[in-house]
Write a protein that binds this ligand. Structure first.
Ligand code: G1P
Length: 295
């Protein structure tokens, strides 16, 4: 059995929802307190046992590469000043197993995955989307790898979302719960209208896929928004070999839109040693002030 050793992180999008901030800065570098969102995603891959990660980037994304490179002047400065803890933290990010491919055109998530075909070769791999930051005792990607090792079949993560929001996601049509939280699926639909959605179970940006997905992607016509949709290719793959859906029970933070990023910063701030006390006091004071103003 081939092990899941590789992952793809697509990061080529323009980040238009965060303009003007993202005019010159990659949206993947937006911080959650003091760490860029993409670092959480790379860390999840490594904690799940994946050593080789390929980030699919595009124009204006160079800061991502710099972030995971060594920074000799900075490291020397921190060493001289005896800031050992910070030095360790900075050095821990340096990553020799990170690969970068540039996507020279924007033709959708499916196309971004196809860009990394040669990097993956003939083995199963994970896909982690950067807009979803996950928290659970066992990292979600590891949960999917465990499912893969069990069933030898591609598996993606789903979560129940409010019915009126299904049109923001790929949605599954579950047919049978084969074991606790693991579903067989009859079809996968990209961003259906709520009236036509087969369920409220949405795909949440984590996948473990067999290499046959690449043939499926090559055979899939351009879909919604005239983009090559990964969901459409998964639907095609599922007709040839099973693709399971695994229900995620942990916390999902959607950092792909303004309010989501702000909420995530507050929640992670409340867990962060440096700011949690001040932030908590501030929130309590602010809530009281807003209540008074409301009266
Ligand atoms: C993508 C996928 C969609 C999935 C979503 C999860 O959409 O196409 O199937 O449900 O990520 O975040 P996007 O959010 O890039 O439009």
């Amino acid at each position: 059995m081939k092990k899941v050793r590789k992952a793809i992180i697509p990061a080529a999008g323009y980040g238009t929802r965060f303009l003007p901030e993202t005019k010159a800065i990659a949206k993947e570098m937006l911080p959650i307190v003091d760490k860029p969102t993409i670092q959480f995603i790379v860390e999840e891959a490594h904690k799940s046992g994946i050593d080789q990660v390929c980030v699919v980037t595009g124009r204006g994304k160079r800061s991502i590469e710099d972030h995971f490179d060594s920074a000799p002047e900075l490291e020397a400065e921190l060493a001289t000043k005896g800031k050992d803890k910070m030095l360790q933290e900075v050095q821990a990010i340096n990553d020799d197993q990170l690969y970068f491919i540039r996507q020279t055109h924007m033709r959708g998530l499916g196309d971004a995955i196809l860009t990394a075909k040669d990097f993956i070769g003939d083995e199963p791999f994970a896909v982690l989307l950067g807009d979803d930051v996950m928290q659970d005792e066992i990292p979600l990607t590891k949960q999917l790898i465990d499912c893969y090792e069990d069933t030898q079949a591609s598996t993606l993560a789903v979560m129940k979302v409010p019915h009126e929001e299904v049109n923001k996601y790929g949605v599954i049509n579950p047919t049978k719960e084969v074991k606790d939280g693991l579903y067989e699926v009859s079809n996968f639909v990209e961003k259906p209208d709520p009236e036509e959605a087969p369920s409220d179970l949405a795909i949440i940006g984590r996948y473990v896929l067999s290499p046959e997905i690449f043939q499926a992607l090559e055979q899939t016509p351009y879909g919604r928004g005239n983009e090559l949709q990964l969901t459409d290719a998964i639907d095609l793959l599922n007709k040839k070999q099973k693709v399971y859906a695994h229900l995620f029970n942990g916390n999902r933070y959607d950092v792909g839109y303004k309010f989501g990023l702000i909420k995530t910063n507050i929640e992670f701030g409340l867990q962060h040693e440096d700011v949690k006390n001040d932030l908590q006091n501030y929130i309590i004071d602010l809530a009281e002030k807003l209540k008074k103003e409301d009266k």
